[in-house]
Ligand binder design. Sequence first.
Ligand SMILES: [Cu+2]
Length: 354
Amino acid sequence: MQTFFIVAILGLGFLITFQIAKASEYVAVLRGEEKARKQTNKVNAFMLLAFLIIGLIGVYYCNEKLKGKILGEAASDHGVLIDRMLYITIALTGIVFIITQVCLFWFSFKYQESDKRKAYYYPHNNKLELIWTVIPAIALTVLVGFGLFYWFKITGNSPKDSMVVEVTGSQFKWEFRYPGKDKILGKKYFKKTDEARGNPMGQLWDDPANHDDVYNPGEMHLVVNKPVHLVINAKDVIHDVGLAHFRMKMDAVPGTPTTMWFTPKYTTKQMIEKTGKPEFVYELSCDQMCGKGHYSMRAVVIVETQEEFDAWMASKKPQYIVANPDKGPSEPKKDSVISKVPVVGAPVAMKTKN
Ligand SMILES: [Cu+2]
């Protein structure tokens, strides 16, 4: 019943509006407001022209004002390629934008209603349609082609001398794991995750590859000019590893490891000098709305020299020792748990060759 009344009210409202519009049209004709309408039309034409000029000045002004506020130079090799791609896209679409907007508003002004001329009826032109379909199609294909090329490069095989870092996102923090001297990330199983017992990543202690893995939450250390291969996981919902300074970004999906690689170009110290900001830090932000604490899901990335990195790594205890202080590195038992449990949400022992 309620729905019926709502529909009826809406229907009546529409009818009344329609009748009022019709009545005012008749009144206008009776009063001879044709002249007034033409006057309004002229004002509209001038306003469209003004909109074009003010709008273009506005576009230029915004770009000038925001110039220094963007992130600055890309800090990774892939970032340079991505920036170049963006600039080419902006240049191409910018030219098309200017031409189409100028035509749109200028024509509206120039060909406004006039008693001196009659509109020319020109409904169709195959040649024109072909031109404005094929040229943008080719341009877009080339742009998408470049994008795909870079995408496969970034998500493809990393160089042989890459370092591996496992990144794991969860509400609302980032954790990192380094494979240690053997360069293999030990196996893990999400049901073994037990923060209270020193196993926040669910590492399987029976796997000797785990015995030298280093766990570090909240801070990722990278070596300058050394490719880094990220193995990305999530514990709960979908997150996203956002590395804006490096122009890199990849979803962190529970149960499905994703990867990407890049080479940092500048150390944090060099960036402090470059930007002139002593408080500069590389940031890893979560780029996927993942819950109410999403805004605070952040980690710091420290890019340093190989020596600094080695010194930092030497100061870290493998998580195996932290979780099992009574044990040293040992061989796995014969009836290893690894053979019994499926490894879900990997990374399945990532090996990098040197
Ligand atoms: Cu998140």
